[in-house]
Design a protein around this ligand. Structure first.
Ligand SMILES: [Ca+2]
Ligand SMILES: [Ca+2]
Ligand SMILES: [Ca+2]
Ligand SMILES: [Ca+2]
Length: 639
């Protein structure tokens, strides 16, 4: 009820402004004078590259190592060939080791030690800490997905745990007070105290999951880096979470094909191996991405995006930070050396990302710049080839800018939505099932079809405001369509408790409405999310519980055990110790997870002078109340 009232109030004209919505407004409404096409024909000469033996140090860090700047400490992420040896090198060079996950080692280093660290044999590459990007551009999703019919039948996500991993959760208490989010959410900060910060992106995502699956137990987990993301995933798994929503993407972390060197993909692979469905926004980059190969017809070193055009221009918001990310398909070590160049509209070079690629380093360049102009300004990205020995496919992404002048929707699928272990979600306008122009598209670098499905966006919510009559508005972006699918997955799981993550995904795809080219395609995946009317299936299958024989010593702790299972995946136990058939001790458990038959241990201290025939008896009960038979086993006592 409260939820409905909050929505009516919003539709009545309360306008909440978010940074993300402002960015969208910028995209759609910059003045024609600023947006007039600009052709950067020739880029002016590149400044000399000063790598000075620092070939495994991110060019954004290299500038810090100049003698005049060699003071202070800086946070870095190390891509380690040998993580233990890299951690030792950090300590030896006066740094502090942070968290680690697979090949990634976090550290805080004295700037003076960065060069030596990058030259250590254990280190592949030292870079500035990477972070994820929210896939939002800022509750019609329940209707659009046809979830309302299932909800009316009592399919509400009850008994299903859903984790929302996000950058931050500002406004959570307010949303709970208004009834847009339940009070029983579990929260954990894996983002160094940043949980309540930001623009409420995670909170808005949680609102959508909750509308779709109102009785699902929500876990709100924030992450601030790759090792944080790994910790959040591990925590979710330890809590019995079955569905994860991650409305974010990473740039330049890998090929998007579950390669061992890609720590973000490895987190998603771990989630899948742990039985979780990892639902991930596809990204909002279809118009902010370019893909192609290197062509330098005039031989000046700068590649051409079109004949006679060496710049790929865009408009950056005044005074704000914007970024470019370039990768080429030579993982894990680049053969050719390309640099990313930022140029002003007159073709002069403003900044460069100039990592050295000499055969061992990753094929990545990235540059984040604060726009020195206070108003919207047109720049262009360029690509310079230093040592071109191959012709790899590029992916160039621009962030927090307008669309690119030369754009390629194909291959714009974000990471880790691209992972074979992720369930990637594109965005459709909820009103008419039209693909949003920004919804990232496949295929993946290795030719797989992505996204996996398409959900609905531009929905109203308390955090990002109302749908205003046309798309995009309200909560727009694949950040919004992904939690619709995650919530739908929770409904499917609650109606079909025995379903595995793969079965949930297959069910969603089979019931989707095919759109675009016939069959699964690189724009819509399997099509628009569409749920059949589901019913709560009464659980009529009793659990099994078998006590196992045990032995021990009088006056000491005795280990009793039993083997138990229920088809719903959960049961609770009543365990009793009997002497000559008479109960002398009773234990009861809470609900235990039984994805398969599991052994359950119990410790009981045998009284010193206990005589007679001792037995341990077990009975299981599932959530529907079905009881197993009581089974008993002998407890042989000595001493
Ligand atoms: Ca050229
Ligand atoms: Ca380079
Ligand atoms: Ca299709
Ligand atoms: Ca059962």
């Amino acid at each position: 009820m409260q939820r409905a009232r909050a929505r009516r109030l919003l539709l009545a004209g309360c306008v909440l402004v978010s940074l993300a919505a402002a960015a969208l407004a910028f995209q759609g409404s910059a003045s024609p004078a600023v947006l007039q096409p600009l052709r950067v024909a020739h880029l002016r000469a590149l400044p000399a590259r000063d790598a000075a033996g620092l070939t495994r140090l991110d060019s954004n860090l290299r500038t810090l190592v100049r003698p005049s700047l060699r003071s202070g400490r800086v946070s870095v992420e190390i891509d380690a060939a040998r993580p233990a040896a890299a951690r030792a090198a950090v300590s030896r060079l006066g740094g502090t080791v942070g968290a680690s996950f697979r090949n990634v080692v976090d550290a805080r280093m004295p700037v003076a030690g960065l060069g030596a660290l990058s030259r250590d044999a254990s280190v592949r590459f030292v870079q500035t800490p990477a972070h994820s990007y929210e896939d939002a551009i800022p509750g019609e999703e329940v209707r659009a997905s046809l979830a309302s019919a299932s909800q009316a039948n009592g399919v509400t996500g009850k008994g299903v745990k859903v984790a929302i991993i996000d950058g931050s959760f500002a406004g959570l208490a307010a949303r709970q007070a208004e009834g847009d989010l339940p009070t029983n959410v579990v929260t954990r900060d894996f983002c160094e105290g940043g949980f309540p910060n930001g623009e409420g992106h995670g909170t808005a995502v949680a609102e959508i999951v909750h509308e779709m699956a109102p009785d699902a137990q929500l876990y709100l987990l924030c992450e601030g880096g790759r090792t944080d993301l790994a910790q959040a995933e591990q925590f979710a798994r330890s809590q019995g979470v079955k569905i994860v929503n991650y409305s974010a993407e990473w740039f330049n972390q890998g090929r998007g094909t579950n390669d061992p060197s890609d720590a973000v993909d490895q987190v998603v692979a771990d989630a899948k191996a742990g039985g979780m469905l990892w639902v991930n926004s596809a990204g909002n980059d279809a118009d902010m991405h370019w893909s192609g190969t290197f062509t330098d017809a005039n031989g000046d070193g700068f590649g051409e995006f079109a004949p006679g055009s060496e710049g790929n221009s865009f408009v950056a918001p005044g005074g704000d930070v914007f970024c470019g990310f370039l990768k080429w398909d030579e993982w894990p070590a680049a053969t050719s050396d390309f640099d990313l160049v930022l140029v002003d509209s007159n073709g002069s070079v403003v900044d460069t990302s100039a990592n050295v690629q000499s055969g061992t380093q990753p094929p990545i360049e990235s540059k984040c710049v604060e726009n020195p102009y206070s108003s919207n300004h047109r720049f262009a990205w360029g690509i310079y080839g230093h040592n071109v020995k191959s012709s790899p496919r590029f992916d160039l992404y621009t962030e927090n800018t307008s669309s690119l002048q030369y754009q390629t929707a194909a291959y714009s699928i974000g990471d880790p939505a691209s992972s074979p272990s992720a369930f990637g979600v594109g965005a459709l306008c909820w009103q008419n099932n039209q693909l949003e122009f920004y919804s990232s598209q496949g295929p993946t670098a290795d030719g797989r079809v992505k996204p996996d499905i398409a959900g609905h966006d531009s929905v109203s919510g308390a955090t990002f405001g109302p749908f205003d009559g046309s798309c995009p508005s309200g909560f727009a972006g694949t950040s919004a369509s992904s939690p619709e699918v995650a919530g739908a997955a929770a409904l499917v799981k609650s109606a079909n408790p025995s379903f595995t993550a793969d079965q949930i995904g297959a069910f969603l795809q089979q019931n989707a409405l095919d759109l675009g080219p016939s069959g699964v395609d690189n724009q819509f995946g399997a099509g628009a999310l569409r749920l059949p009317t589901m019913v709560v299936k009464a659980d009529r299958t009793p659990p099994s519980a078998r006590a196992l024989a045990s032995k021990g010593v009088r006056g000491h702790a005795v280990k009793l055990s039993s083997r138990v299972f229920d088809d719903s995946g959960e049961l609770r136990l009543r365990e009793q110790v009997k002497r000559n058939g008479v109960v002398i001790k009773t234990f009861t458990s809470g609900f235990l997870l039984t994805p398969k038959a599991v052994a359950v241990p119990l410790t009981w201290t045998a009284p010193k002078a206990l005589k007679g025939a001792i037995t341990h008896c077990v009975r299981g009960q599932d959530r529907a109340g079905n009881l197993s038979a009581v089974t008993c086993a002998k407890v042989a006592l000595s001493g």
